[in-house]
Design a protein around this ligand. Structure first.
Ligand code: SF4
Ligand code: SF4
Length: 206
């Protein structure tokens, strides 16, 4: 008798789910949108003037716990620079087989040059093709997105003067020379409403 009861109870659960909308989808024909903070394939970003955001500082490589990023920096040609900094990344490679998609490279980057985006279908039949080169990672010319970095940006504290304390919140160089986020952003239009922080009068040392 108890077994009969369990069977009926089980059938009841089955019947109760028959007319519900299925939670599953027919992947890969159907796909769900990824949340904005999904950490998938990396993208290297450009500025609006097509210069590369990456200034070859190697901070992302140093922060990477999986030793997945290889960079060779080179001096910019002052007459035809690749980035607004002194240097740019002549070689930028990420070994996707090493990467654990922790996002530390994105957090370490002072210019918002590298972000992890929503592309998660990273497969290959050859290990060598899982080393993504700069050419594969860099946005095409004419494209200047900021990517998921905006989704990760912490909201300013209530009442904070965002012009002074969250200089990178709008992706615009604000003239605040106290922030590392300004590195490599000098080609962007200066926010006319930005002012120097109070209490600082000296110019920054080069
Ligand atoms: S996401 Fe993490 S593991 Fe992958 S390259 Fe960036 S720092 Fe390295
Ligand atoms: S931290 Fe950013 S600017 Fe520096 S090398 Fe990495 S991607 Fe380029």
């Amino acid at each position: 008798m108890p077994r009969m009861f369990d069977t009926v109870k089980g059938l009841g659960i089955t019947l109760s789910h028959i007319f519900r909308k299925a939670d599953t989808i027919s992947y890969p024909e159907q796909r769900r949108p990824h949340p904005p903070r999904t950490r998938g394939r990396h993208v290297l970003h450009r500025y609006e003037n097509e210069l590369e955001r990456c200034i070859g500082c190697l901070l992302c490589s140093a922060a990477c716990p999986a030793n997945a990023i290889f960079i060779e920096a080179a001096e910019n040609d002052s007459t035809n620079p690749t980035s607004p900094g002194e240097r740019y990344a002549a070689t930028y490679e990420i070994d996707m087989l090493r990467c654990i998609f922790c996002g530390l490279c994105e957090q370490a980057c002072p210019t918002g040059a590298v972000t992890l985006e929503g592309e998660t279908e990273l497969v290959s039949f050859a290990r060598s093709s899982m080393v993504y080169t700069k050419e594969m990672l860099l946005e095409p010319r004419g494209t200047a997105t900021r990517g998921s970095i905006l989704a990760w940006a912490a909201p300013a504290p209530a009442g904070a003067d965002t012009d002074l304390h969250v200089p990178d919140s709008r992706g615009q160089f604000d003239g605040a020379w106290t922030t590392a986020a300004a590195v490599g952003k000098a080609n962007l239009p200066v926010n006319p409403s930005a002012q120097r922080p109070t209490g600082r009068t000296e110019e920054p040392q080069p």
